[in-house]
Design a binder for this molecule. Structure first.
Ligand code: NAD
Ligand code: LMR
Length: 340
């Protein structure tokens, strides 16, 4: 009896081994802007992700050092650093997922839209290379203003004939991370259990946390407290920009959020069921062509853009008032990409 149990256990463990290698196919991930404030900790976190087999770190300068450093970590992925436009093709070739935190960050007193003039061109040139070298990769756009850089990317891919709306994501996970943290603090619930959808876009009032749908529920929060939580979530980025006093914007919390979202994308690609995250994607759940909401992730990227669910009167008002700004940020991105 003991011998046959041993055999069954051995069979089980070899099945587990083959199952686990089946669920971890080769996945190449690139970080563009990898030597930056977000890029470096994000490179670290992606090196820790066992779903990544090849990690490609690209920047206009400084990547050999970051790549050498990260490559010494004894985890699955092979790391390679690439510098300058000549090496961009090599960095991108064969990628399943490209994460883009390239571009300038805000200083106190600036809006995200003030970054448009510099970052729009950076995003456009990186997306042109993506269309050429890895047209089927999922794109996680972090560069601001996300409300415009995602439409820019879409236009670049359309022009190149490679656009697949299921594969383009604006990363709004940091808004969700903040909403969860701030809600847990006020509602006095364990932060690791909290879930809060955040919809709309990624700038000021376009960031709309839906605290009426937060879990675990809290009946203890007054309307004033919900409004203060909403405002703090909308101003979370500015809170960090001011605290850093000229030395940039959120990098560490953003790297964490970017790693969470990238992991969800990889799980979706690998066929793990029921992966849902909020993201700014092409959408028809409102009249706006791009909108952040809960998205189900699958083997081809977006499997389903989920609806908004029921909103409180306050959230409904917030939704109506964000539409004007979001619409003009989208149009600004589209216009730039078409004219340049
Ligand atoms: P950073 O200046 O520290 O790093 C940016 C990096 O991009 C630099 O290393 C720079 O060399 C690189 N870069 C510039 N042009 C490039 C190009 N053409 N190709 C490749 N790399 C290029 O800035 P950061 O703090 O890492 O922020 C990066 C961007 O992320 C900013 O636009 C910022 O506003 C945005 N951001 C977005 C979120 C979000 O929630 N989506 C959160 C935080 C920051
Ligand atoms: C954030 O939300 O932290 C980022 O968009 C960076 C910024 O400029 O606020």
């Amino acid at each position: 009896i003991i011998r046959s149990m041993e055999k069954a256990l051995r069979r089980g463990s070899s099945m587990r081994r083959s199952f686990s290698s089946e669920t971890k196919p080769e996945r190449k991930v690139a970080v563009l802007g990898a030597a930056g404030g977000i890029g470096q900790p994000l490179a670290l976190l992606m090196k820790l992700n066992p779903l990544v087999s090849s990690l490609s770190l690209y920047d206009i300068a400084g990547t050999p050092g970051v790549a050498a450093d990260v490559s010494h970590i004894n985890t699955r992925s092979q790391v390679a650093g690439f510098t300058g436009e000549d090496q961009l093709g090599q960095a991108l070739e064969g990628c399943d997922l490209v994460i883009i935190p390239a571009g300038v960050p805000r200083k106190p007193g600036m809006t995200r839209d003030d970054l448009f003039n510099i970052n729009a061109g950076i995003v456009k040139s990186l997306c042109t290379a993506i269309a050429k070298y890895c047209p089927h990769a999922l794109i996680n756009m972090i560069s601001n203003p996300v409300n415009s850089t995602v439409p820019i990317a879409a236009e670049v891919f359309k022009k190149a004939g490679t656009y697949d709306e299921k594969k383009l994501f604006g990363v709004t996970t940091l808004d969700v991370v903040r909403a969860k943290t701030f809600y847990a603090g006020k509602a006095k619930v364990p932060v690791e259990q909290v879930n809060v959808p955040v919809v709309g876009g990624h700038a000021g009032i376009t960031i709309l946390p839906l605290f009426s749908q937060a879990n675990p529920k809290s009946n203890a929060l007054s309307d004033e407290e919900i409004q203060a939580l909403t405002k703090r979530t909308q101003d979370g980025g500015t809170e960090v920009v001011e605290a850093k006093a000229g030395k940039g914007s959120a990098t560490l919390s953003m790297a964490y959020a970017g790693a969470v979202f990238a992991d969800a994308c990889l799980k979706g690609l690998n066929g793990v069921p029921d992966i849902v995250e909020c993201s700014y994607v092409q959408s028809s759940i409102t009249e706006l062509p791009f909108f952040a909401s809960k998205v189900k992730l699958g083997k081809n990227g977006v499997e389903e853009v989920l609806g908004l669910g029921s909103l409180s009167d306050y959230e409904q008002q917030g939704l109506e008032s964000l539409k004007g700004e979001l619409k003009s940020s989208i149009e600004k991105g589209v216009k730039f990409a078409r004219e340049n």
